[in-house]
Design a protein around this ligand. Sequence first.
Ligand SMILES: Nc1ncnc2c1ncn2[C@@H]1O[C@H](COP(=O)(O)OP(=O)(O)OP(=O)(O)O)[C@@H](O)[C@H]1O
Ligand SMILES: [Mg+2]
Length: 236
Amino acid sequence: MSETVIEIDGVDSGYGEVQVLFDLSMQLQRDEILCLIGPNGAGKSTVLKTVFGMLSPWTGSITYHGDEIGGMAPEDIVREGIGFVPQTDNVFGSLTIDENLRMGGVARNDDLKPVLSELYDRFPLLEEKRTEKARHLSGGQRQILALARALVMEPDVLLIDEPSAGLAPNTADEVFADVQKVNDMGAAIMMVEQNAVKGLDISDRGCVLDQGTVRFENDADALLDNDEVTELYLGG
Ligand SMILES: Nc1ncnc2c1ncn2[C@@H]1O[C@H](COP(=O)(O)OP(=O)(O)OP(=O)(O)O)[C@@H](O)[C@H]1O
Ligand SMILES: [Mg+2]
């Protein structure tokens, strides 16, 4: 039996007077990776920002384990168990890897040692470089640090915006493997990906967003096999 962790129901959202999401509905199930794909400007990042409380829904509801979270502040949403890895500016270049991870845990008031040591075990690359400044990391390493930073809060949902943006294919694959690892550790993931085929490849389900609304929603395999989706959204 699948269990809905996040339910977005009939949400309108946008910036100031500009409406970007129109009557948007989708669900994130426990244990799954859900991939949001769609053209530039479709509203994919806006979905993540609205779930994470950086934007308030104009209408409709967003529930997390059945409780309304629409309009809550990001710092409260983080404490509820939802993490967000933005596409850009997701690490502090002037801080060390260790300091970045500790910043990820500022909302916790317990000892960070056990969670940091577990993260260093899982991401040995970060342990190796723990005293280096994050600005010395490669693009892929930064993306892994950004993921790990969100994991310090031990979220059960992670929202990730374009983890492979700007990365060479091999590096993107490494980051995708780590996204899967995070999912295997027990977090449900809602991931936006420009690289739709690869994104769907590692996902359980996918949603195609266009002009602020869901056009297709299905198992990832079914979307990859769908001629219309392929032609319109997967580059033929
Ligand atoms: N801060 C903002 N203020 C006003 N309009 C914005 C803002 N951010 C995004 N928009 C507009 O909202 C619409 C959707 O943007 P959004 O960033 O959600 O799209 P996206 O699907 O993530 O696109 P991309 O693939 O380019 O990242 C676009 O028309 C964009 O111009
Ligand atoms: Mg975006």
